[in-house]
Design a protein around this ligand. Structure first.
Ligand SMILES: [Zn+2]
Ligand SMILES: [Zn+2]
Length: 433
């Protein structure tokens, strides 16, 4: 993992730019007809739903890329980033069809047959070399040709830049790249992590195209603490929710939850690290980190658990990534919002309710009085209304909101349920004194 491989560096993809231009033009043309529930002056903007953490047979997932793209598109997602470990979906890659009793059963004969029989997932190229059958994996180019549709479904070329420091995993998702990137260097975990994020950012700047780098599953194998997360300088994104069952979103007795880490890291940035203003904020994503597409269950790494809703005027890579850099998105594991408004004096949200569901909104933040920092991650107010507003007092470093969906039957004494499911996380906003 430590060596840089320039193998793909010379491969350019002129087609992706063309797609962007075409997508942008069409999106502008029809954008106004699909507006819902936005203020008049923002009439062209809407929320686009996307998953930004997905694995396929190109690395350690068990789905063919076309099967995965179809899954997300059929369920109303607007965009998808396929993020395999240290590889882009380019060039020729063959995947061995499993033998009965073999160790790797990800591409069984039955799964291959399914791909061959469904016209939307075909054609599938196979070959037999010295008695071993294998299937050629679709490239991103092929998946795009089959599934992309202007203003309907977009694929963002992406990678999970995968490395480690001192045995601790450092995984950074890179969205909007067109060249394989490998982890950076550093004397500490946070330096190495930030160097990696910096490489991803520089890659985008080098071709005048936005990229977005986010820190994955900070509690996976208890890889990092909030002080390390706080050290990011080149970008500001991390996963508050990762759908992989072993990523410890909720923490344990010895480790804070990812949501606690979020508050603690921001307060540390704004106080000890002296990053005032926007530089102190961290933005959170929810993602699937899906690996398994054939068998389903709570302990399987299935798709459909965490996503982002990005508010943009068109479905293009540039518009989506720029909106995320501006904080114009929220993370969700099951709650939809109609609107988020920060008018400088208050933060308001409106929930898009599902029939029969109750909701609880909490406004959370941290106060400061002179140099004295109040309770980190205080709950300032809660409500069960579908429209919720918090008026700034003026002494908050930042304010954010979390919406929780409560099932009608749920009681205070209900058995344990995943505390990170059925939520929406609104990005923090600064409060001007
Ligand atoms: Zn990972
Ligand atoms: Zn992953």
């Amino acid at each position: 993992l430590g060596t840089r491989c320039p193998h793909d560096a010379h491969l350019m993809n002129p087609r992706s730019k063309l797609v962007l231009l075409v997508t942008a033009a069409l999106a502008t043309a029809v954008g106004r007809s699909i507006v819902r529930d936005q203020p008049a002056d923002d009439a062209a903007a809407r929320y686009f739903k996307g998953n930004t953490h997905t694995h396929s047979l190109w690395s350690d997932g068990n789905g063919a890329p076309q099967l995965i793209a179809r899954w997300y598109k059929e369920r109303g997602y607007d965009f998808l980033a396929l993020t395999d470990h240290n590889i882009l979906m380019r060039g020729e890659k063959w995947f061995t069809v499993a033998k009965e009793g073999g160790r790797d059963q990800r591409l069984t004969k039955a799964r291959l047959d399914e791909l061959q029989e469904v016209s939307e997932l075909s054609p599938v190229e196979t070959r037999v070399v010295e008695g071993v059958e294998s299937m050629r994996l679709w490239t991103l180019e092929q998946v795009r040709e089959r599934f992309e549709q202007p203003n309907e479904f977009l694929l963002i070329e992406s990678e999970e830049v995968t490395g480690g420091f001192d045995g601790r995993p450092v995984h950074i998702n890179a969205l909007g790249v067109d060249e394989r990137l490998l982890p950076g260097d550093g004397d500490t975990l946070s330096a190495m992590m930030d160097d990696t994020v910096g490489l991803i950012r520089a890659h985008g700047e080098g071709r005048s195209h936005p990229t977005l780098a986010f820190v994955n599953h900070p509690n996976f194998q208890w890889a990092m603490d909030f002080e390390e997360l706080a050290m990011l300088t080149h970008d500001r994104f991390f996963e508050v929710y990762n759908g992989h069952p072993s990523t410890n979103n909720a923490g344990d007795e010895a480790h804070p939850s990812t949501e606690d880490m979020w508050d603690r890291a921001m307060v540390r940035r704004m106080t000890e690290l002296g990053r005032g203003g926007e530089a102190g904020l961290l933005y959170a994503l929810a993602t699937d980190d899906s690996h398994e597409y054939h068998e389903w269950g709570p302990m399987k790494t299935n798709p459909g658990r965490g996503w982002v809703m990005v508010r943009a005027t068109e479905l293009s890579e540039v518009a989506l990534l720029e909106a995320m850099h501006a904080g114009d998105f929220y993370a969700s594991s099951g709650v939809e919002l109609k609107q988020i408004v920060n008018d400088g004096t208050s933060l308001s949200i409106q929930i898009e309710p599902e029939f029969g569901m109750r909701y609880k909104t909490s406004f959370i933040g941290t106060r400061i009085n002179g140099d004295v920092v109040g309770k980190v991650g205080s709950v300032f107010s809660t409500t069960d209304q579908l429209s919720a507003t918090y008026r700034f007092a003026g002494d908050e470093l930042y304010v954010r909101a979390v919406v929780e969906k409560l099932t009608p039957q749920q009681t205070e004494t209900e058995d344990w349920r995943d505390p990170f499911l059925d939520k929406a996380w609104v990005q923090p906003v600064l409060v001007k004194p």
